[in-house]
Design a protein around this ligand. Structure first.
Ligand SMILES: [Zn+2]
Length: 328
């Protein structure tokens, strides 16, 4: 087929279909199913990251990721649910958190994920208060007298012993991130090199051809993934609100970006499940009740997202027509 003929066919047959998904992200698409979901427990030792009064971010993200994975396996038995890590350590046997983040994105891409969910907990700059815990005796010397009578005299005084106490932060609640505006090109590069992409053309080196057609299609697909990421991020926050949580909504981290969101070639979100610096919320995230509610909200968001892809509606029947165990 000549290139010109290919472009004509592309213009008349494929682009209108793709544009319809771009302009209407909730349009039903029977072919599009959620086969593989990647669940990423943020951080991992030696990078425990945010620190509460008695627990670490890396512990909580793992506990919640494992719970979410169990729930999704139960309600979506035909889906492939993959975790980036299942123990306390950084994934891939790595010691460097930045290299581990690249590993996470590569893991998702190599396993042909259809959705990437990274689980984190939030933090604010720690605040401390100094309190007097007791007193101790301190010895010091003074000079008394004049001339030949001048001498040093030892005296004692009582000095306070201070101790620093970490203060609870005022902020409580959740927020979900999608990739940043200024990382759009990076996301598009990742999406454009998606293996198994029906439009991707591999050249002799095994790399995907950077033809203008391939770039246009990658751009359209990236736009579609953006709409889909926004949809599931919105569902996550809506489901948290139903559990009585405070929601700060869907956000983007525009200056630094978030590697795992922009380097994965699929719709991707990062969920901040609560503030570890808030003592009440730290207790909640460590509790069975809290972990049940958080994993339940995330599971419902995934089910609504799957339904959106398959039927065009993200309004999940309530009670849902799947076997969901409600939080205790
Ligand atoms: Zn984090």
């Amino acid at each position: 087929m000549t290139k010109r003929l290919f472009i004509v066919i592309l213009s008349f047959c494929i682009l209108p279909v793709l544009f319809s998904f771009v302009t209407d992200p909730v349009k039903p698409n029977k072919k599009q199913t959620l086969k593989t979901i990647i669940i990423d427990a943020g951080h991992g030792l030696p990078n425990s990251n945010a620190e509460g009064k008695y627990s670490y971010e890396s512990q909580l993200t793992l506990a919640m990721a494992l719970k979410l994975s169990e729930r999704l396996k139960e309600v979506l038995p035909d889906c492939n649910i993959l975790l980036t890590r299942t123990d306390e350590n950084l994934p891939g046997g790595l010691k460097d958190k930045n290299i581990a983040n690249r590993w996470r994105a590569n893991f998702a891409n190599e396993n042909h994920g259809d959705l990437f969910i990274s689980i984190h907990v939030n933090d604010l700059e720690p605040r401390y208060q100094r309190k007097i815990e007791g007193y101790r005796e301190e010895t010091y010397t003074v000079t008394v007298g004049k001339g030949k009578k001048k001498r040093r005299v030892e005296k004692t005084r009582s000095v306070p012993i201070y101790k620093s106490y970490k203060l609870s932060c005022d902020r409580m609640g959740t927020e979900t991130y999608i990739w940043a505006v200024n990382k759009y090109d990076q996301k598009q590069n990742a999406v454009g090199s998606r293996e198994g992409d029906q439009f991707g053309e591999k050249d002799s080196s095994g790399m995907f051809a950077e033809s203008p057609d391939a770039k246009i299609l990658a751009s359209l697909r990236t736009k579609k993934y953006f709409d889909q990421s926004l949809a599931i991020a919105t569902f996550v926050e809506e489901e948290f609100k139903k559990e009585g949580r405070t929601s700060y909504g869907v956000k983007q981290r525009n200056n630094e970006g978030i590697w795992v969101l922009q380097a994965t070639n699929m719709p991707s979100i990062l969920v901040e499940t609560g503030f570890i610096c808030n003592f009440e919320e730290e207790d909640y995230m460590n509790s069975e009740k809290g972990q049940n509610e958080i994993s339940y909200a995330l599971m419902r968001a995934v089910l609504r997202y799957k339904q959106l892809l398959e039927t065009g509606s993200g309004v999940l029947a309530d009670p849902p027509n799947v076997n969901i165990s409600k939080p205790q």
